[in-house]
Structure formats: C-alpha cells, structure tokens
Design a protein. Structure first.
Length: 101
C-alpha cells in the first residue's frame, strides 16, 4: 500500500526523460529530456515551472546539482534559495544553469 504522506503527481508534458534531479530544497524536480530541454516542476503541486532549452537536436543525458544555498527570505517569510544545476548532453557539452526559488 502506498504511504499516505506520498503524493502521486504525474509530471506530464515532455518527450523522453533521460535524467532526474531534485533541487530547491526538494521543492522542485528537474527532468532532462530527449528534446533538448531541462524542465522544472513544483513537487508539491505538480505544476510546470518552465524549462531551460539547450538545443533542438540535443539530448540531455545527465543532470546534477552543484550547489544549493539559502539566500534569504521573501516578504511572506518563505525561504529563498539558489541552485546551480549542471547538465551534460549527447554532443559532449556541459552547461551550468542557475535557478532561484
């Protein structure tokens, strides 16, 4: 039986997933895809948050979080963090992306 504390959220809207990583203190899920994008979803809501497009004929093969750091609080008192995400692709390129959440 599934744990009642685990959410079953379908992260739809992409082609083939090649890699996954959690960032933003576990609040975001990043998926590398076969159509050249790194897509981000809010884990709690399942809502799509946007994408880093790395190229049309590129496949994102790997993702990793280089660093995460809390950088302060919003006016609402929510913790704001910055994440450095690195991806590798089928053309041998490495990209570093920054996400503030």
């Amino acid at each position: 039986y599934p744990s009642p504390s685990l959410a079953n959220v379908a992260l739809d809207g992409f082609v083939g997933v090649t890699s996954l990583v959690s960032l933003g203190n576990g609040n975001l899920m990043a998926a590398g895809t076969t159509d050249g994008a790194v897509r981000l979803w809010n884990v709690a809501t399942g809502l799509y948050e946007g994408a880093y497009n790395v190229g049309k004929s590129v496949q994102v093969w790997s993702l990793a979080v280089l660093a995460e750091e809390d950088i302060g609080e919003t006016e609402d008192g929510d913790v704001q963090s910055i994440s450095m995400l690195v991806s590798g692709d089928n053309r041998g390129r490495i990209r570093i992306m920054k996400k503030i959440s």
